[in-house]
Design a protein around this ligand. Structure first.
Ligand code: NAI
Length: 331
């Protein structure tokens, strides 16, 4: 099948090439993100392959329909950037990669915790400049601390498991209780308010949807312990950035580790190093010594990239062969 691959990045192309050897799709790689302005590049392709920060609103989908596209294959788990209702209306199927190495994202969340706690970014630059002093680098033992996990699906469960390994007490909030986590790891399900009030570290692993948009707002932040560490590897808009900045300025929030940011579209995944950063909130976040931002790289392990390429290409092959689309997004 002819596939237009949008928002192509060097880090993923090799994985798709290797996996495509057994599928034989004709992939054309485009660098631009998929937006209403670029959708016409898909003319002549039956499928488009789209990434997490593409912009698949009604307008873009209508242009894809006009270009003859029948399938949108997301190479991401999240689908909050797609107007699924409009796709259905235009007769375009949307498939995604619902599961790939959950360890990739869970371990990145742990990396952010370790980084912030032991201040490795500051230590790195200090030592390189011949400054071997330790002032300002005091951290805390993770052992015995309470970690709150919001969303205990695949990634949240893997994260909870790692944190119990550190000797942390894990509390969790999820509308669906995972009894295996309770029995096997001693995870205690609590209300969101209790989670906020008892946790030393809070890590977000819920999907972004109308219920979870700005889940972490002024009121939620005010309920949290002073000095709490907030980690977000879920989706940027789970957190009200304006409220987070205010809570960081007041000192109520002790640390923030962010792999996602609500206005990341058009910024993350791009090299803007020779440009003036236009996003004032992100610019402000980057000034805090107790904030560590990575540009949506939680998924970026060899294993996850292999899983993503395998599942995406299989989704396209299933569509081509008119097989049931087990990973179809129903909305
Ligand atoms: P999953 O579907 O296995 O688990 C999500 C869990 O969140 C479910 O148990 C669900 O019941 C729960 N949930 C739904 N609404 C909730 C709410 N309002 N509050 C608390 N829990 C809620 O998904 P998975 O694979 O664990 O991924 C979680 C999220 O991680 C994805 O939706 C995606 O946004 C994000 N993600 C981030 C990546 C990165 O590179 N930073 C890569 C992959 C996923």
């Amino acid at each position: 099948m002819k596939v237009a691959f949008f928002d192509t990045h060097p880090f993923e192309r090799d994985y798709f090439e290797v996996q495509n050897a057994s599928h034989g799709h004709q992939i054309e790689y485009f660098e631009p993100r998929l937006t209403p302005a670029t959708a016409s590049l898909a003319v002549g392709h039956t499928a488009v392959c789209s990434f997490a920060n593409d912009h698949l609103d009604r307008d873009a989908l209508m242009r894809l329909k006009d270009a003859g596209v029948k399938l949108v294959a997301l190479r991401s788990a999240g689908f909050n950037h797609v107007d699924v209702g409009a796709a259905r209306e235009f007769g375009i199927h949307v498939v995604r990669v619902p599961a790939y190495s959950p360890y990739a994202v869970a371990e990145h969340a742990v990396a952010l915790i370790m980084e912030l706690n032991r201040k490795l970014h500051r230590a790195y630059y200090r030592v390189r400049e011949g400054n071997f002093s330790l002032g300002g680098l005091v951290g805390f033992d993770l052992h015995g601390k309470t970690v709150g996990v919001v969303g205990t699906g695949r990634i949240g469960s893997a994260f909870a498991s790692i944190m119990t390994g550190f000797g942390c007490h894990v509390v969790a909030y999820d509308p669906i209780t995972n009894s295996d986590l309770e029995k096997r790891l001693g995870v205690k399900y609590v209300s969101l308010l209790e989670l906020y009030s008892v946790s030393d570290i809070i890590s977000l692993h819920a999907p972004l949807n109308p219920n979870s948009h700005h889940l972490i707002d002024d009121a939620a932040l005010a309920r949290m312990k002073k000095g709490v560490m907030l980690i977000n590897t879920g989706r940027g808009a789970l957190v009200d950035t304006h409220a987070l900045i205010a809570a960081l300025k007041s000192g109520h929030i002790g640390f923030a580790g962010l792999d996602v940011y609500e206005e990341e579209e058009g910024i993350f995944f791009q090299d803007l190093s020779d440009k003036v950063l236009q996003d004032d909130q992100l610019a402000r976040l980057l000034t805090f010594p107790n904030v560590f931002v990575t540009a949506h790289q939680g998924f970026l392990t060899r294993e996850a990239l292999t899983n993503i390429a395998e599942t995406t290409l299989q989704n396209i092959t299933d569509f081509e062969q008119a097989k049931p689309l087990i990973n179809e997004v129903k909305g």
